[in-house]
Design a protein around this ligand. Structure first.
Ligand code: ATR
Length: 284
């Protein structure tokens, strides 16, 4: 079955979904590239995820973007998955193929990699402090590895989780992974060329991380993958400290580009115009 009277249709599925920027982001590209299509937000509780995806496939959707809390379920549902999804055990993109197969991909790592590449170029020889050891940290490790990071200190509130993540991913990455307790921040901070926050601290409704940024070197860069708010406490403090900062919008825009291409068949560009459009939507 295919949808009639409309171009290509895709969805973004999450719970909650109200604050997702995906419809705004894809809407901008659809207008810019004059593509006849739409990406609709769908609020879907955990227990309805699988049947909703299957129903959307039957209804002729091109695929779905998947956000919290469904990324692991999306991975489990896919018939084929890419290496990034395998590594993360999670998929943020499901593509419905004409033969009925559902392909699961994870574009989060690509998004972070491209955002970092744009701002910093290569990470060859660099030391990174990665804050957090959850799913987002896992994706970030892949991105850091692809950019050539020499060593990554994984700092987590619960140090055992950092150790588990380092053990699991060390065989797959070139650089050295060094797990630590977040409590040891001050001791490690002076080594860092780059700090990447992947914890949920600092997100709207969550308390910010309490870190003393005075311990960082003058040339260090601080990146926060959180984009709501765009200027997290961490980034504000880094700016006050005179450090280069990278906000979460870059990663968001770059992770969406492969989704757009998969759904609508055109490769979009990440431009200052898109950023301005998203900033306006975030402030609205
Ligand atoms: P995600 O998949 O988005 O990474 P997650 O798996 O729930 O989500 O991981 C959340 C991460 O944020 C964890 O590393 C968590 O630290 P713990 O493993 O020690 O719980 C971290 N985190 C959340 N709130 C935090 C806070 N207030 N301070 C420090 N770390 C925090």
């Amino acid at each position: 079955m295919t949808l009639t009277g409309a171009g290509k249709i895709a969805a973004v599925v999450g719970w909650p979904i109200r604050h997702s920027l995906s419809p705004v982001l894809h809407g901008y590209w659809l207008d810019e590239l004059k593509v006849d299509g739409a990406l609709v937000p769908l609020a879907v509780p955990r227990e309805d995820f699988a049947r909703t995806v299957l129903a959307l496939r039957l209804a002729g959707f091109m695929g779905v973007n998947v956000t919290v809390p469904h990324k692991e379920a999306a991975f489990a549902l896919a018939h084929v998955t890419d290496a990034a999804a395998e590594m993360a055990g999670a998929a943020n993109l499901l593509i419905f193929h004409a033969d009925g197969r559902i392909e699961g991909r994870n574009t989060d790592a690509v998004g972070l990699r491209e955002s970092l590449r744009q701002e910093m170029g290569s990470l060859q020889g660099k030391t990174v402090l990665l804050l957090g050891a959850g799913g987002a940290a896992r994706g970030a490790l892949l991105a850091l590895n692809e950019l050539g990071a020499a060593q990554v200190h994984i700092l987590n509130r619960h140090a055992d989780k950092a150790a588990m993540l380092a053990r699991a991913l060390q065989p797959a990455v070139q650089g050295k992974l060094l797990p630590e307790s977040l409590g040891h921040w001050r001791r490690m901070a002076g080594d860092a060329d780059l700090v990447v926050n992947t914890t949920s601290a600092g997100m709207k409704g969550h308390a910010p991380l309490e870190l003393d940024l005075a311990a960082l070197r003058n040339g260090a860069t601080v990146l926060d993958i959180v984009y709501n708010p765009l200027q997290t406490e961490l980034l504000k403090q880094a700016k006050v400290r005179g450090l280069k900062t990278i906000d979460g919008l870059g990663m968001l825009m770059h992770q969406a580009a492969p989704s757009f291409e998969a759904f609508f068949g055109v490769r979009p560009n990440v431009t200052p115009g898109l950023r301005a459009h998203l900033e306006k939507a975030l402030h609205a």
